[in-house]
Design a protein around this ligand. Structure first.
Ligand code: ADP
Ligand code: MG
Length: 297
């Protein structure tokens, strides 16, 4: 279900931290070590859409269709079989050697397998080739990402060594190519803060920037468990609306710049998540913007 250019992730509690979900036609990377829940994330994302009328295309470099069905049944997502039978979910198992980087084979496979535009696309995991030069890799991956973006909203799973300090030189994925990067971590001590999720990057909107605990629950999958304080930090505050309105009033005498500015200040008002009064920030903005205005007239 894609609403207002955003696709709900289906990960309980995550959409609120992402300004509503993944943006349409973007590359969204979920990275982390083995066992953190990357595949669970990808399946949960797929099933959330499938249960609401979307299609899903799941490209797996790791698991066969049988394995995926078994894992889904184990967690309690029994509807997976229905979606496969009715052609809503297509699972393609690939082997690394099937792809010859830096060609566009991956994008080509996705393109030819798509049956509808409202398809959630997953690549689990994207194994990053190490046999090309740094420059070639960058070029090919950015081209592939560019191609994939045109096809839909993509979730790419990245398997990373637990000790990320020892990532081999040159084998790291250029994360700047992605629109969203979500990092899952598991410390493995069996405590509340063992499993944490962090949004490292989310283009186009403000996002939660804490380390949020999560757990994997039977029947539901990944459930975020942010504290009240963490939730409060992403909630826009309305208590300063008057301060914003006063600043907007001050833009009235500023001509064209003022018109642009009043719209931006209103956007800032809607996104003001801080607990402190914005008057200082607004004074600073008005002062700077006035400078430019004076120069232009
Ligand atoms: N039915 C379940 N109930 C609770 N947790 C589960 C269930 N199935 C799997 N898990 C948890 O999910 C983890 C595996 O997640 P997975 O998505 O396969 O990880 P990754 O793809 O990151 O390697 C397991 O280590 C386990 O802790
Ligand atoms: Mg996996």
């Amino acid at each position: 279900m894609i609403k207002q250019g955003r696709a709900s992730t289906g990960i309980y509690g995550l959409d609120d931290l992402l300004g509503g979900g993944f943006r349409e036609n973007t590359i969204n990377i979920v990275r982390g070590g083995t066992g953190v829940g990357k595949t669970t994330f990808a399946l949960q994302y797929s099933l959330f859409g499938l249960n609401r009328g979307d299609k899903a295309l799941y490209i797996s470099f790791e698991m066969s269709e049988e394995q995926i069905i078994r894992d889904c049944n184990d967690i309690g997502w029994v509807e997976i079989l229905y979606h496969i039978k009715h052609g809503n979910l297509k699972i393609i198992q690939l082997f690394g050697e099937d792809l010859t980087f830096p060609s566009l084979d991956l994008a080509e496979i996705v393109r030819t397998s798509l049956s509808a535009s409202n398809t959630r696309i997953v690549i689990d995991p994207l194994t990053y080739p190490t046999f090309y030069s740094e420059k070639e890799k960058r070029k090919s991956l950015s081209t592939i990402f560019q191609e994939l973006r045109k096809l839909g909203t993509i979730v790419i799973v990245l398997e990373e060594p637990a000790d990320s300090n020892h990532v081999a030189e040159g084998s790291a994925m250029p994360l700047y190519l992605a629109d969203t990067v979500i990092h899952l971590q598991n410390l493995g001590f069996g405590e509340m803060y063992d499993r944490t999720i962090r949004i490292m990057k989310h283009r186009g909107s403000k996002h939660g920037d804490s380390l949020y605990p999560y757990s994997i629950e039977t029947g539901f999958g990944i459930v975020l468990r942010p504290s009240e304080k963490q939730m409060d930090r992403v909630k826009p505050k309305t208590k300063f609306d008057n301060v914003f309105k006063e600043a907007i009033r001050k833009t009235k005498s500023m001509g064209n710049v003022g018109e642009l500015l009043s719209a931006r200040i209103d956007a800032l008002r809607k996104n003001w998540t801080h607990d402190d009064n914005p008057s200082h920030v607004l004074d600073l903005i008005l002062e700077e913007e006035k400078k430019g205005h004076a120069k232009n007239t």
